[in-house]
Design a protein. Structure first.
Length: 680
């Protein structure tokens, strides 16, 4: 078990080397190399999943020092319960994405084959790291490889702008995490997890670490207000890449946040330690769900839904930190269990939904909701898997998305035991926002699946779509089955992840988790998903039997109802799209109620002049104002720095030397003012 992580990482590097030489061979050999790369990545991902299950069952793997690394210490790899939990997500999602790419990504440009294994290797290295330097090394490898995958998309203006903005946020994350790790290591310079855990940050250093980690990891996770890159970069990336970006990479960023703040940050942090996480998590959940209900593009819709669920996970992590500081160990364990369970569930069903969106785009030729429709007849297997994924994202019981959100709401409802009045008000507001986000998210998923798979076809390409090939169906069906399995058996899964829950909460696991049920406490409500599924199945079968029993005549298939409109003209053989509900029509009520303040939504009615027979037009739209407001100071700072740089060119050599000497003196003075700096 000790050599397995190193072997799997080396295999990914070999696959990356093979992908680098794919362009130097003729087309048949290039396709064979592409199949080798994608198939090898799928096999390595399966190895990661097996390794994670073994680590969760046996208690993990002790840190191993590698024979290379930076001058001050070698790199070290290890696997405890917390990292194994997220490695399980990487393995399962990577296996499904690899199988999908093995069918749909064999004719890709060679520049896309090299970063794909490196992307997996970066995420795996981040999760397998046993010291902060290795963690940052894997995190930055993940960021650069994912940027290369986004930049390798078709070269249009939208893709180039998305790649530039994504690279900017990745560099910002690195600029925040590197000094945060430096502050945690202190003057001693011990960056091992054991050393950082033994000397957690205190005082102003703790405040700086909290702010830097929340900004750096939050930018990669897509938390509000650092979410501007996510709805741009995820849609332009290829299908398997966007699936791993949204399903796994955001969870790796949450792992870094949980590792640095909750695990290595120490158990003695004050009550306010988790408050910023709760505030950003609740805001992200509401804004992401609201945007998901407004978007017209399927991949943008799913990317905004990721902001919602990442916010819910962050809310659970922040709640666990505050409850742990208040000495409420069982409640902190409940919040940590909710965050971990929802992170795993969301990573899997969001990977499923992005792969569904990629397959729909391949078969129907469009990602816009107003160009799809009636795909349930042309693509029944894909439609069924999409229904399972959308229902899980809508938190419908007994699927995987419900269990985590139910545990989170139970933890929020029990957090009144903290005596601070301000914290109780915050918890009440977060509870209301989490419930609002769940309702908005369910409406967005209903809108997504209904417009894409129900109704009438809106074009000949949609009517002529074909179902997925066997390998793609296997990947989608496997993820859909996991969504059902996790939803039916959350108790055994939480019992398997007791070590990860204890690492985040300081309490040994969730004691009320049982094989068939989960309960927040002995006196609390009990959630038994398997009996609930049996009850819902019997109720559905009874309703079907009753309808057939009371029906006077057998069912007959007729034309779809056109809403009372007249028959379409001959040049529209598939019906008039204007007579079907559209994406904007579904979004209009929420846009009018909430979009005006949160999304700067607008509507305008254009009436023709008197005597003109043209119809009136209703134009509507929205834009997220937060990214623009966040980037505006950076743009102004860039302009000022460019002006200052122009002035520096006019300085004499003596003044330039004096400027460098003064900067060195200021840095030495700052080092002397640090705690313990004078002694050294």
């Amino acid at each position: 078990m000790t050599a397995a992580p190193v072997l799997l990482l080396c295999l990914l590097l070999l696959l990356a080397a093979a992908g680098a030489f794919a362009g130097r061979w003729p087309a048949p050999f290039g396709i064979a190399i592409a199949r080798l790369v994608h198939g090898g990545c799928a096999a390595v991902s399966a190895g990661f999943a097996l390794l994670a299950i073994l680590a969760l069952a046996t208690g993990g793997m002790a840190p191993v020092l590698l024979p290379f690394g930076p001058p001050w210490a070698p790199l070290s790899l290890g696997l405890d319960a917390l990292s194994a939990w997220f490695l399980l997500l990487l393995g399962l999602a990577g296996l499904a994405a690899g199988l999908f790419a093995l069918e749909r990504e064999v004719a890709v440009p060679p520049r896309r084959l090299l970063p794909w294994p490196l992307f997996l290797a970066g995420m795996a290295l981040t999760l397998l790291a046993a010291d902060a330097f290795t963690l940052l090394l894997g995190f930055e490898l993940m960021s650069l490889a994912s940027w290369a995958l986004v930049a390798s998309s078709p070269a249009d203006a939208e893709a180039r702008a998305a790649a530039r903005q994504y690279l900017g946020f990745a560099l910002f994350a690195a600029a925040c995490l590197v000094p945060a790790v430096g502050l945690m290591g202190g003057l001693a310079g011990d960056l091992s997890f054991a050393g950082l855990r033994a000397a957690p940050p205190q005082g102003w250093a703790a405040v700086a670490v909290l702010a830097l980690v929340l900004a750096g990891a939050g930018a990669k996770a897509g938390l509000v207000p650092l979410h501007g890159w996510l709805p741009l970069a995820h849609p332009v990336a290829p299908g398997p890449v966007s699936a791993l970006l949204s399903g796994v990479m955001t969870k790796v960023a949450l792992y870094v946040m949980a590792r640095l703040l909750l695990d290595l940050g120490g158990l003695g942090q004050p009550l306010w330690w988790g408050v910023p996480l709760m505030v950003m998590g609740a805001a992200s959940a509401v804004l992401g769900a609201l945007r998901a209900g407004q978007e017209r593009d399927t991949k943008v819709l799913l990317a905004c839904s990721t902001i919602e669920h990442v916010g819910l996970v962050t809310l659970g992590l922040g709640l666990a930190a505050t409850l742990r500081a208040a000495d409420l160990g069982p409640l902190a364990a409940l919040a940590a269990a909710a965050a971990l369970l929802h992170a795993l569930a969301h990573g899997l069903f969001k990977t499923l939904l992005f792969l569904v969106a990629a397959e729909v785009q391949h078969a129907a030729g469009s990602r816009r909701l107003d160009s799809l429709g009636a795909l349930v007849h042309a693509m029944p297997a894909v439609a069924l898997c999409a229904l399972v994924g959308a229902a899980a994202a809508a938190a419908l019981p007994p699927l995987s998305g419900f269990a985590g959100e139910w545990l989170l709401l139970q933890a929020l409802l029990g957090a009144w035991r903290v005596g601070e009045l301000g914290f109780q008000v915050l918890v009440a507001a977060c509870t209301a926002l989490a419930a609002l986000a769940a309702a908005l998210g369910a409406a967005a998923m209903l809108r997504f699946w209904g417009l894409a798979f129900l109704g009438r076809p809106r074009g000949p390409r949609t009517l002529g779509a074909q179902d997925a090939p066997p390998l793609v169906r296997a990947a989608l069906a496997g993820l859909a089955g996991l969504a059902v399995l996790i939803g039916l058996l959350p108790g055994p899964l939480l019992m398997l992840g007791a070590g990860a829950i204890g690492a985040l909460s300081g309490h040994p696991g969730l004691p009320e988790a049982a094989p068939l049920s989960v309960s927040p406490s002995v006196q609390g409500a009990d959630y038994a998903p398997l009996p609930l599924a049996v009850l819902l199945g019997l109720l559905g079968a009874g309703l079907v039997w009753l309808c057939r029993r009371l029906s006077p005549q057998p069912a007959r298939r007729g034309p779809a109802w056109d809403g009372g409109f007249q028959a379409p003209p001959p040049h529209l053989p598939f019906g008039d799209p204007a007579t079907q509900p559209g994406a904007d029509g579904f979004a209009q009520p929420l846009r009018r109620m909430l979009g005006g303040r949160l999304l700067a939504a607008h509507e305008a009615v254009h009436r023709p002049p008197p005597g003109d027979t043209a119809p009136a037009r209703l134009e509507s739209g929205f834009h997220d104002p937060l990214p623009g407001r966040l980037l505006a100071p950076l743009v102004a700072l860039r302009e000022r720095l460019s002006v200052a740089a122009e002035r520096l060119r006019d300085l004499s050599l003596r003044r330039l030397l004096m400027l460098g000497f003064g900067t060195l003196v200021l840095l030495l003075l700052l080092l002397a003012l640090l705690p313990g700096g004078g002694a050294r």
